[in-house]
Design a protein around this ligand. Sequence first.
Ligand SMILES: [Zn+2]
Length: 369
Amino acid sequence: MDRAKTAGRLLAVGFTVIFCLNPAVPARAAGPAPAPPELEPRLFGPPPSPEPEPEQEAPGAGNEVKESYIRWVDFNAPAPLMRQLIEMDVKSRASGETAPFDWIEGLAYLAVKCGGDFRKHKAAQLRQLRKALEEGKTVAGLGEGLKTYAYYLEAYGAALGGLVGAYEQETAEGVWEPRYGLRAFSPIAKGFAYGHYDDFGSGRAYGYRRKHLGHDLMALTGTPVIAAESGVVEELGWNRYGGWRVGVRSRDGLRYWYYAHLRQNRPYAEGLQKGAAVAAGDVIGYVGRTGYSSRENTNGIEQSHLHWGLQLIFHPSQKDGPNQIWIDLYEITKLLEPRRSATVRDPETKEHRRALGYREIAGQARNDG
Ligand SMILES: [Zn+2]
């Protein structure tokens, strides 16, 4: 094939991708969305690392052929709105409707209405949606023909897919109760204080100038860190930015939860290792202030805190490559605030473990495989 023809074809593929598969572009034009991390200029810094992490730089962009997958997600849906939609979802299931309301579909529909920027969301839009549903319409029906609905559904489905579903909860009396609802947990154990504000995208200066691609929860050293969602431990060990850190991949593979700056000397829950399965609500480690050093086990951070991140992975190249998608966890932290995992402390080992049993019922959450 001659070279000009190939180049023309590649260009056409590129345009198709931009216009059909990335409706986030018009959505982003609506508000002052943060620049994708790969556009951050690198001013100075260390040589590229073989294993890039969220608090590290991404290597230079390659010239790979464009494929069709989502490349950017902004997420700022407020916690009270998510709570209302989850309530509608739970009620609808409890009433045994044949096509129950799916809160993520509802959120995707409302995102279309505000262009993905929920600072522009109006309460009337939710009222109208409720009314349409009462009249027997479905969100899928309402979303059909709306240009960006499929995009928001896929993007939010990836971000939120594991948060609501069916599970069994052990009660204090030792009875296992089947439940359906919010099943993800706050990353800070019950009874432990933390402080936070929306710090996603703010500047960080260690190593080189870059954006903060996570959410910091200020807490005392030794505070038990909880797995927000069930999954498999994918990374565990030292990272020069995150210090002692652990990364958990959701079972559907779309989410990578990142917990960093864990405690010096004893960062992790006993026995936690790469490849281990963790359940939502399990103790996985302890808050500390390690990181910002290439020397292992260094307390390089001034104030102890948990750096919590959520990476979305629509294509394997997005995990460690230059096009990582990290979303703001501020509103999700607020959503999960009332759902804290109770822990008990072993007086001998001083280790914390979850107080009550929990198991998920597969096939009930949006992205259960
Ligand atoms: Zn942080």
